[in-house]
Design a protein around this ligand. Structure first.
Ligand code: PEP
Ligand code: MG
Length: 591
């Protein structure tokens, strides 16, 4: 059976379904007889032992793969399993209430977690999340539920899940996970973005794929068109094997562009850089021919751990990227937590509207110590002078001035501490909020460059949640309102004589490349795997015809019509693309 979702990351894979559980455990509440008490207590003890064993195995695996720091989170979890107060409370209530152990354990767990979350101590508050997490594992074992998580996967297959958190996806084990498909999400959710960075084929927003797939089903996942086939017949499998060959051939043909310059037919040069989330991705950026990192999303460094990264850890991370990429530049974006990237241990309250909440620069300016630690490390790691700083989610001039003031203080403090630093490090602002886009002329004097974050700019300009699959059809980069914002940002940057790049996903979609070139954009930062394709596009078109295209588009009133024109333009110029085409509903084909 065939299902259509949102193509999130290109590639076609065939494999067994590894269905991840959704956390919707139903807790029984039945009464038990007096004589069944010892049996209930024994079930409880068995579940604790089993959970402990599972967690130690998981800890060892994570330690081997990612190092001690990331495995330390399990120490806190293991302590919960040994908590005498919790265990004694469960046994006491079992004896008193004579209800099944699942119910008694669940109730006791909630009481404990609540007590911890109300304590005015950041560290103890965090323990509430640990308690809930471990509690769910114990409950699953009590209920005899098979539990598969991303980190426990030990066979090759295609992951099928309700959702994957960006923090999970970034550490996905590529030797087991051939691809993934999720019920929720959209093309610019960070889970989808990371899949493209890691070059893992993926489909999101399938709505109910977890209900349709059984563990072990044979799956074909076509991440180019967003199609998933469940238990296909031999004929369909044979067809897709041919498609895989075609895709490999397209990728092979595109790889010749890795070493060629990005230049239009009328000799206008472009700068193509890579977006990365982890330092290890710099290798792939270089292989794909990136001439710099235009967006290093540093927030993932704060995830999957119980403590904050130290200045030295930050420094080592940035130094790796700075060294690897030298002499190319690396734009380090200060942490952009919040939205769909959460951190349990920073104790950020649950917000109704997290994308408009306490996130990014707002968080950094309030938690100045955390911000300063990061800035110190970036400045220290800038030994070759190729690092730049980028502030996320600037909405007004005050934030930018404040961030720059903190940076100046940090420079002085570092010098006072005896460090030799390069004080004139380049500073940029993400332009990803409509209010900032409208005042780029006022912001420009305070920065060296702008980076256009279309993922957020589009969601705020069009009031379309970027991770909501139900309204993904409204998320339209070709909306004339969005195009006017982008055009204005580019013009204001040029008028102010500062650089401007685009690092949102729109910059990696080939249909928009001619239009952006026509607007005057020269710098693009995209997932590494898309660089060759963009080079191919740019080397097939002249800037003059792109400018004409932009003039033509400015006269059109709807996104749909504009997209049609852009698709036609590209089809004419580069008929044999494309790897990936989801912004425009799969109108282009890969053949
Ligand atoms: C953006 O908003 O376009 C962007 C590049 O940042 P992020 O996707 O991390 O929000
Ligand atoms: Mg953003």
């Amino acid at each position: 059976m065939s299902h259509k979702g949102i193509a999130a990351s290109p590639g076609i894979v065939i494999g067994r379904a590894l269905l991840l559980d959704r956390d919707d455990l139903t807790i029984p509440k039945h009464e038990i007889k007096e004589e069944d008490l010892p049996k209930e207590i024994a079930r409880f003890e068995d579940a604790l032992i089993k959970t402990r064993k599972e967690m130690i195995e998981m800890q060892t695996r994570i330690e081997d793969k990612m190092g001690t720091k990331h495995a330390e989170i399990f120490d806190a979890h293991l302590l919960v399993l040994e908590d005498r107060m919790l265990i004694e409370e469960v046994i006491r209530r079992l004896e008193k209430e004579k209800r099944c152990v699942e119910f008694v354990f669940y109730e006791s767990l909630q009481k404990f977690a609540k007590a911890f979350s109300s304590i005015e101590d950041e560290y103890l508050k965090e323990r509430a999340a640990d308690i809930q997490d471990v509690g769910r594992r114990v409950l699953r074992n009590l209920l005899g539920k098979h539990h598969e998580t991303l980190s426990s996967i030990e066979e090759k297959g295609i992951v099928i899940a309700y959702d994957l958190a960006p923090s999970e996806t970034v550490f996905i084990n590529k030797s087991f996970v051939l691809g993934f498909a999720t019920d929720i999400g959209s093309r610019t959710s960070h889970t989808a973005i990371i899949a493209r960075s890691l070059e893992i084929p993926a489909i999101v927003g399938l709505e109910d794929i977890t209900q349709r797939v059984e563990y072990g089903d044979t799956i074909i996942l076509d991440g180019i068109h967003g199609i998933i086939e469940i238990n296909p017949n031999e004929k369909l499998i044979a067809h897709y094997r041919e498609e895989i060959k075609k895709f490999e051939e397209i990728t092979r043909n595109l790889s010749v562009f890795q070493t060629l310059p990005a230049v239009t037919t009328d000799d206008h040069k472009l700068k193509l850089m890579a977006n990365i989330e982890l330092p290890s991705e710099s290798d792939s950026a270089l292989i794909h021919g990136a001439v710099g990192i235009g967006l290093y999303r540093t927030e993932f460094f704060y995830m999957n751990r119980t403590d904050l990264p130290t200045e030295q850890e930050h420094y080592e991370n940035y130094k790796i990227v700075a060294d690897k990429m030298y002499p190319h530049e690396v734009v380090v974006r200060t942490m952009d937590l919040g939205g769909d990237k959460f951190l349990s241990h920073l104790n950020v309250p649950n917000e109704l509207n997290p994308f408009m909440g306490w996130r990014a620069i707002r968080f950094s300016l309030e938690k100045k110590d955390i911000f300063k630690t990061q800035l110190r490390a970036i400045l220290r790691a800038n030994e070759h002078g190729n690092l730049k700083i980028l502030y996320p989610l600037i909405t007004n001039l005050e934030e930018l001035i404040q961030a720059n003031l903190v940076l100046e203080v940090v420079k002085k403090e570092l010098i006072a501490d005896g460090h030799t630093i390069n004080t004139d490090i380049g500073v940029g602002a993400m332009i990803e909020v409509p209010s900032a886009a409208l005042i780029t002329d006022l912001l420009a004097p305070h920065v060296d460059f702008f980076s256009i974050g279309t993922n957020d700019l589009i969601q705020y300009a069009l009031a379309v949640d970027r991770v909501n699959e139900h309204i993904a059809y409204l998320y339209d980069p070709a909306h004339p309102g969005v195009l006017r914002f982008i055009d204005k940002i580019i013009r204001d940057a040029k008028d102010a004589n500062i650089r401007v790049a685009m690092c949102g996903e729109m910059a990696s979609d080939p249909i928009y490349i001619p239009l952006l070139i026509g607007m005057g954009l020269e710098e693009f930062s995209v997932p590494s795997a898309f660089i060759s394709e963009i080079k191919k596009v740019s080397r097939s078109i002249s800037r003059t015809e792109c400018q004409k295209l932009w003039s033509q588009v400015q006269k059109i009133s709807t996104g749909k019509e504009i997209q049609k024109i852009l698709v036609e333009f590209l089809r004419l110029k580069v008929p044999e693309l494309l790897l990936y085409n989801s912004f425009h509903g799969g109108e282009l084909d890969s053949t």
